[in-house]
Design a binder for this molecule. Sequence first.
Ligand code: S3P
Length: 432
Amino acid sequence: MSIEVVRPARTLQGSLTLPGDKSISHRYAMLAGLAEGTTRLSNFSTGADPASSLACMEALGATVKTTGEGPARVIEITGTSGNFVEPEQPLDCGNSGSTMRMLSGLIAPHPHTFTLVGDHSLTLRPMERIRKPLAAMGARMELVDGHAPITIFGGPLKAIAFETPIPSAQVKTAVLFAGLQAEGITSLSEPVRTRDHSEHALRAFGATIRREADTLSIPGPQRLAAIDATVPGDLSSAAFFLCAALLFPDANLILDSVGMNPTRTALLDVLGWLGAKFKVLNVEEHHGEMIGTIQVNVSPGGLAGARIQGDLSAMLIDELPVLAAIAPYTRDGIIIRDAKELRVKESDRIALVAKNLAAMGAEFTEYPDGLEIPGGQQLHGAEIDSGTDHRIAMAFSIAALRATGETAIHGAEAAAISFPEFFSHLRELCPE
Ligand code: S3P
């Protein structure tokens, strides 16, 4: 386990080009592996999670080639034209819940036996949520007490009408990817609108998929064709620096080519309530995804506060740890409720945020579904436990920027799951 020491910073200044969005990278990798032809992806995520999806695609018979480096890096995926092979080894999903859940839907219609495994954290995460709808479509799936390892005895599936009981884009995607290859029209309604990258990605690869109010329908079976695409910068990775900017009255941050899909931008609304001022420049659309350049400053008068609850908690699920980590520095504090899903992410994120806030000397109240963190608190440097969770490692590195004394982030290497460049950007943008 590696330790990164983060010292208090004076300001945050500069511009940042973010690695490709993790959610979109997974989806493009998987659909490219199923499609016919060679897909070329620029700005593919540099994180370990999407690399797990690429490795699974190779194990399923796709060819993956990387050319160029840095900004010129291109991932070329030659797909299987709809015919995955039976992998020789278990499909290793690493730390990635997205890989395990979405891939299950993608491979279940194929006439092979598949085993999906993951690391310790992934093996603790609930998988019954995908088994249920896929079993209703006719898939035979075995779990171990609701968890990985998963065995799928694949075969032809039939369409279903499904209502998602929990807001989860991963579960939605598993059903859509299976529905794409099933006989008939699969429909899915989601009471809370979750990120819609799968819908855009499916259309980009040539599939027909419709939305009416909160119901999606996808006819099957359909074939996919390869695409050329540039993955937008990851707004959930940008979130760490956006929150950091709020901690410095003279901050000036520019984010280049960042994804601005409206199902992902709730963070910008909350940061606006807290006192951020945004200028959005050069907005473009690529394969249905909005991309823009954002300039961020902070309004004079300090940070207000925010109450995050209901559907908003689901829409902000990946950004809640860093919002909680900066909450003590706001004036009015931050209340997070209706976020019990946070307890079944890469770690129990409510418990770990609470543990690390306490280590830094913060006062707060922990609830089963959230946290209430009063504002106007000064934190001190501490020993932080990432719990091998990338978003916890990064969130508390941001809290450390305004603490007194230095903070040691234990298990800092976890950041590489989604954002390997995080600590070098932190040092560049936030001088001591
Ligand atoms: C993701 C969806 C979210 C999110 C995860 C990525 C996706 O999970 O927390 O980091 O790419 O669809 P759930 O859909 O399970 O809430």
